[in-house]
Write a protein that binds this ligand. Structure first.
Ligand SMILES: [Ca+2]
Length: 138
């Protein structure tokens, strides 16, 4: 009987770990669908403090990805990297970012692949971002 109880507690612990690690994973997504919507965690409710989310987008040979940033509502500081911001890379994080911003305004980018970083500091939030992407044949 006691063994059964231990087994149940163990399974619950494994489930909790699995559920929470999945939750964290949702913040680091690889998107390989022909089109979709990317939003910040909790959107349109406020995002959390101290998060570092990455999004990787790939398109197959013969296509490019059209990425359209529709909405950006962040805690925004004069020195952008001091508060919450989004970075757009035309490839991987090892390259220089092509854009870094925290204020609203529609922006479009195109590349065969993208790497995006959404970073928030210790306090002060907002609703976050929403963007759309789709593959276009070259
Ligand atoms: Ca903040």
């Amino acid at each position: 009987m006691q063994v059964e109880l231990y087994k149940m507690v163990f399974l619950l612990a494994v489930f909790a770990l699995y559920c929470c690690s999945l939750h964290v994973k949702a913040c680091n997504e690889t998107l390989t669908y022909p089109s979709g919507v990317i939003t910040s965690p909790n959107y349109p409710a406020f995002y959390n403090d101290s998060i570092y989310c990455t999004y990787e987008l790939y398109s197959p040979f013969g296509y490019i990805i059209n990425l359209r940033v529709e909405e950006v509502e962040f805690e925004c500081c004069a020195v952008i990297s001091d508060c919450d911001y989004l970075e757009i890379y035309n490839g991987s994080e090892t390259t220089q970012y092509v854009d870094r911003f925290c204020s609203n305004g529609v922006r479009t980018y195109s590349s065969q692949q993208f790497f995006l970083v959404f970073r928030t500091d210790l306090q002060g939030g907002d609703i976050g971002f929403k963007m759309l992407y789709s593959w276009l044949s070259r």
